[in-house]
Design a protein around this ligand. Structure first.
Ligand code: ZN
Length: 421
């Protein structure tokens, strides 16, 4: 059966690659993926597939088959602001420099192929189109929260809180990879992060006539950045820490002492305990550096994504399917990445694997990211996903083993408390 499903994917290769190209040229930011959704629905209509549920502005799901096991597939819809990308939106610089558009075409090709044989299989497959993975465009999302359209900043956080993933037994996800010394990566982990916004509050005054009457918020920020950088020597290699930010507002006008300065940053680590400890140290540095110069600092922390912990037994199923295309020397097992994704939050509750695929050129999130090898990106990956799902639907012991060996790391209530903090 696997051969027939793969032959079907290959026979539709031109349509799949054209779909991928169309999506790559339609980049939209999170919760704004309306045109992307239209393109997908047009494809579904042509392939006898139907939208089952719609949620959170642009999210939706499509199912084939019935009963159990229930396999979840995930395709992310959104793009990321990338100044200077040739395929970027003229409106907001959104570009598919993270390659999410390719996930959509791959998963659709895989689902369509599986649907051809679904009557001969027992079980169900649901493809979730998830909005807003990239943690960006925060003010727009805060507005959506005010309007009651979403509750949290990322797509999968909202979907988890609304119990949309509950019925699935396990999830397969895949993500573009910039790796050059391997073809696939599997059983990879991702870091978690906290988004932090620091508003340094000083007192404005004429910068030449009476600087003594002011309190310089830029100086506070500058002192804080020094303190924060001094903490870097305390990071341990194994915790894979990254702290990076931007001065979003440096003052109002050059001839006044800056009254308000805003610094935004991400604190990332693969170690959740260290992440929390470091976050506290950085808050203290901001608070006391401000006080030292006579001002204050308002601290806003927003929980980003939880570290992604892969399900090894599920990764093994994907790995076996990869071996049809290459040998083990070209597959990286257990890669630890400092990148983060909201798929990490699902991995707390359900067995999930995310695998990395190559075939791109340029830098991830860079303005030169392009698809170098469309057959590798779209067709080979659709075959691997469909092949892995077929294995899971034809050998019930595989799913039993994955589900029985999985331990959730949080209760739903603990998760909601964490999000609502
Ligand atoms: Zn991404």
């Amino acid at each position: 059966m696997k051969k027939a499903v793969k032959d079907y994917i290959v026979s539709n290769r031109d349509e799949t690659i054209a779909l991928g190209k169309k999506l790559f040229n339609c980049p939209e930011l999170g919760f704004k993926e309306f045109k992307t959704k239209e393109i997908i629905i047009d494809y579904l209509n042509r392939h006898q597939l139907k939208v089952e549920k719609e949620f959170f502005e642009t999210g939706f799901s499509v199912s084939v088959g019935h009963g159990k096991p229930h396999i979840g597939l995930i395709a992310e819809l959104d793009a990321i602001p990338t100044v200077g990308h040739p395929n970027a939106s003229k409106v907001d610089n959104a570009a598919h420099s993270c390659g999410h558009s390719t996930q959509i075409a791959i998963m659709l090709a895989a689902l369509d192929a599986l649907n051809q044989k679904i009557d001969q299989l027992s079980g169900r497959v649901t493809l979730f189109f998830t909005p807003a993975e990239e943690f960006t465009d925060v003010e727009y999302r805060k507005q959506l929260i005010k309007e009651g359209k979403i509750k949290y900043l990322s797509g999968k956080q909202n979907m988890l809180a609304a119990s949309l993933f509950d019925d699935c037994d396990l999830f397969i996800h895949l993500h573009s990879s910039g790796g050059s010394d391997y073809r696939f990566s599997v059983n990879s982990s991702l870091a978690g992060f906290i988004y932090k916004k620091l508003t340094f509050n000083g007192k404005g005054a004429h910068a030449a006539v009476c600087p003594d009457e002011g309190v310089n918020a830029l100086n506070m920020c500058s002192l804080f950045l020094n303190a924060m950088n001094m903490l870097r020597e305390t990071y341990k290699e194994e915790d894979m820490v990254r702290v990076h930010g931007i001065i979003a507002k440096g003052g109002d006008t050059v001839n006044s002492i800056p009254e308000e300065v805003i610094y935004e940053c991400y604190i990332r680590s693969i170690n959740p305990d260290f992440l929390l400890k470091l976050n506290e140290k950085i808050s203290n540095a901001a608070k006391f550096c401000s006080q030292a110069l006579g001002g204050s600092c308002t601290i806003e922390d927003i929980p980003g994504y939880l570290p992604f912990i892969p399900c090894t037994a599920l990764s093994e199923v994907i790995y076996q399917n990869m071996l049809d295309y290459t040998d083990s020397s070209r597959i990286r097992w257990n890669e630890k990445s400092v990148a983060a994704g909201d798929v990490g939050d699902i991995s707390v509750f359900k067995p999930v694997t995310q695998y990395g695929y190559t075939g791109f050129k340029g830098r991830m999130h860079g303005n030169n990211l392009q698809i170098a090898d469309p057959y590798e990106v779209y067709i080979v990956q659709a075959e691997i996903v469909a092949g892995s799902v077929l294995d899971l639907l034809t050998d019930s012991s595989l799913v039993d083993n994955i589900v029985n060996s999985f331990q959730p790391k949080m209760t739903c209530q603990q998760y909601l408390d964490y999000l609502n903090k």
